[in-house]
Design a protein around this ligand. Structure first.
Ligand code: ADP
Ligand code: MG
Length: 696
């Protein structure tokens, strides 16, 4: 066997392993549970747990954990060993069905947004058998959902699973209307492309900002950035290559189908894309990918930065959420086929997405909101904060024909001719790429590009699944009632295109004209996290999530609260780190360097008045002026941070941080970066951007 096929999934209790390790009837019962979502019988659970334990022990595991995704955005685990005393001073290794199915971690230290008082500390975790158990660092990890004692959802997996059920239900109704009686299941699929930076660990250790905040708070523009476009798809450096090789091996062992890797636009920036999977598995795997990126980097003397904007002046990192729907019969419901204009089923699903995105722009924007992403969205390197869709010229022409009732004239596919005879001729894709669109149709899937690199993909997919489920529900209601299906279908598609085409924009999303045009079209533009988050609780959104059983209103309020609090805490840590760096490192460095300059002037003067001191004098003057400006701006920043104490209410407090603290931080940064340019590199307390970006 090849190395890769041998290691792939070797640490996963996957279907093949289950088949091998479980008695036939137990295997069947478990598969039934997985396929139909039925709950697991206790005796089945015991046998599965025992087989899982034996397999894990063979692989060298000693512990097990329920692995879950609380609202922190990262994963949580509490390890228990398999040991059980036998009474004679010895132990045996045990793992029961009960331990497999349910856990009771203390929930009091996880964010709950006021959902749960601290004295009601109990939380429950429950196995999600649709995501395989795996072994990580000697621990058997069981993917689980996490809720409070009273049943409120405290995690990201539960609502994601619920949203998958919602969209499946209504997609199946539509399929039946088209005479599809074969499909039993519809799942949403996701392939998340993950961007990240790698920096040298020794450099990283010298920067308090990177260590505390995951991004640089200061840093003068280096002489060379990304202007030569020589990094994108460039040759991968040996240290990075080694990192990627080890990362791939680790991911493959865990069954994560890591597929594509390349250098990204910014220096030191890279991307990894897996092959797409069922959404909840893709979400679990993306969490594992981010975790392993960090671990493998450290092993190689590197640090992996997942922050959305680690460096000012070069591109930040996002995560492209490629999303589609497919049936258990292997049909991709967003595949237009060869003749999309005749493919009414495709057009109907397409219309559901168009309508969903138009009506729930604010929810998609919400799902990409966070302190880090505020530096990216709308910064001419990432989509703007305005949600719109790109469909490509062919689909747009088809929809225009549908709307007007005109016949569509299928353009002949253009043959690409590279002008070299030895190269094969290939047909041009009917959808060109538009890299500036937040939500682009890319052939047989949609790519949502607003997500930040550090985000869990869960929120976005909860939103996508639910909003499309809602439109499919309305479509199914209307069409099931129709006397004559075909004309009703045509009318529905035409009406939807007419009413929602404002969301479609095929031009350059990075321009000012688009911002104005979008405003004319009445599209929403929530330019910051603080502006975007509260819309989650708009009445229509609460109604939507309640209707589909995804969230209760209380759960939504708590989620919004958690995210706002997270914004506040993040900015507060950044501001305090900035104050620390200025006071303890930057001002002392400025004092030292200006002192050296002044000394030099005095020494020269002592030799002879005729020696020119103009260089020292002008530098000294410039740095002294900057230092006093810095001192003043630092006081202002401090006052803004202190001022937060007088603000009550989470939303006003978040607004205070955005309007007063972030603004004050920007003013401090401008001065410091100017000082860095003029200061002796030997005295400047931190590695420069050039060192950080080009030293790996
Ligand atoms: P790029 O957008 O950089 O050109 P690719 O076109 O190679 O990247 O694909 C991006 C991602 O889309 C990959 O992770 C791929 O697995 C995923 N993808 C492809 N088909 C689907 C699908 N039907 N559903 C969800 N994701 C998909
Ligand atoms: Mg992409």
């Amino acid at each position: 066997m090849n190395h890769v096929t041998e290691i792939f999934g070797s640490m996963v209790f996957d279907d093949a392993t289950m088949k091998e390790k479980l008695p036939r009837d137990i295997y069947k019962a478990l598969k039934n549970t997985i396929a139909k979502g039925e709950s697991l019988d206790a005796s089945v659970a015991n046998t599965v747990a025992n087989a899982m334990k034996d397999w894990a022990l063979e692989k060298g595991a000693t512990h097990f954990t329920h692995w879950f995704q609380p609202m922190t955005g990262i994963t949580a685990e509490k390890h228990d060993s398999f040991i059980s005393p036998t009474g004679d001073g010895r132990v045996i290794m045990e793992f029961s069905g009960k331990e497999l199915i349910k856990g009771e971690p203390d929930a009091s230290s996880f964010p709950s947004g006021g959902l749960r008082a601290t004295f009601e500390a109990r939380g429950y975790t429950a196995w999600d058998p649709t995501s395989y158990a795996f072994i990580k660092d000697g621990t058997l990890c069981i993917p689980t959902v996490f809720c409070s004692y009273t049943g409120e959802v405290l995690d990201k997996k539960t609502p994601l699973l619920r949203s998958m059920e919602a969209i499946e239900k209504h997609a199946l109704r539509i399929l039946r209307l088209f005479g599809d009686t074969m499909s039993r299941r519809v799942v949403t699929t996701v392939g998340p492309e993950q961007e990240y930076f790698l920096v040298d660990r020794a450099m990283y250790e010298k920067r308090k900002d990177l260590k505390n905040c995951g991004r640089t708070l200061f840093g003068a523009k280096p002489p060379k950035g990304q202007e030569m476009d020589d990094h994108y798809y460039g040759t991968i450096k040996p240290r990075v290559q080694q990192f990627m090789k080890e990362l791939n091996d680790e991911l493959w062992k865990l069954g994560v189908p890591a597929k594509t890797e390349h250098n990204e636009a910014a220096p030191a920036q890279h991307e990894l894309a897996p092959i797409f999977e069922t959404t909840n598995v893709a979400a679990d795997h993306n969490q594992l990918t981010m975790e392993l990126m960090k671990k493998v980097a450290l092993r190689n003397g590197l640090v992996c930065l997942l922050h959305e904007k680690p460096f000012h002046g070069v591109n930040g990192s996002g995560k492209h959420n490629n999303w589609s729907l497919s049936t258990d019969t292997g049909k991709n419901l967003l595949d237009p086929g060869k003749t999309p204009y005749e493919n009414q089923q495709f057009l109907l699903f397409l219309c559901a997405v168009i309508k969903a995105v138009d009506e729930y722009q604010d929810l998609l924007r919400f799902s990409a909101a966070g302190a880090g992403n505020d530096h990216r969205l709308g910064a001419h390197e990432a989509p703007p904060a305005i949600v719109s869709m790109f469909l490509g010229s062919e689909l747009e022409a088809i929809l225009a024909a549908v709307e007007t009732g005109n016949a569509y004239d299928p353009k002949k596919k253009v043959e690409m001719d590279a002008g070299v005879n030895v190269l094969p001729h290939f047909t041009k894709d009917t959808t060109d790429r538009n890299r500036t669109s937040p939500f682009a149709f890319t052939g047989n899937k949609f790519e949502f590009r607003m997500l930040g690199s550090s985000f869990s993909i869960s929120e976005t997919n909860i939103v996508l699944n639910t909003i499309v489920a809602e439109e499919l529900r309305k479509f199914a209601d209307e069409l099931e009632r129709a006397e004559d299906f075909r004309p009703a279908l045509t009318a529905l598609i035409r009406r939807t295109v007419h009413e929602h085409k404002r969301i479609i924009f095929n031009g350059n999303n990075y321009t000012e004209e688009w911002v104005k045009e979008a405003e004319r079209r009445g599209l929403s533009n929530h330019s910051s996290t603080v502006a975007a988050l509260p819309h989650f609780l708009d009445e229509k959104n609460v109604r939507l999530f309640k209707k589909h059983g995804i969230f209760s209103e209380v759960e939504m309020t708590s989620r919004c609260e958690i995210l706002l609090e997270n914004y506040i805490k993040t900015v507060n840590i950044e501001a305090l780190t900035m104050l620390d760096m200025v006071r303890h490192d930057i001002i002392p460095a400025a004092v030292k360097y200006t002192g050296t300059l002044a000394d030099n002037i005095l020494k020269k003067r002592a030799v002879c008045d005729c020696i020119p001191c103009d260089m020292e004098e002008s530098l000294l003057k410039k740095l002294s002026t900057l230092s006093s400006q810095l001192y003043a701006k630092t006081q202002e920043l401090d006052a803004a941070v202190q001022g937060a104490k007088n603000v009550t209410g989470t939303e006003p407090l978040a607004a205070h941080y955005r309007d007063s603290v972030v603004t004050a931080m920007q003013a401090v940064r401008v001065i410091v970066d100017e000082m860095e340019v003029e200061t002796d590199a030997g005295i400047w307390p931190y590695p420069s951007y050039a060192e950080l970006l080009f030293s790996v």
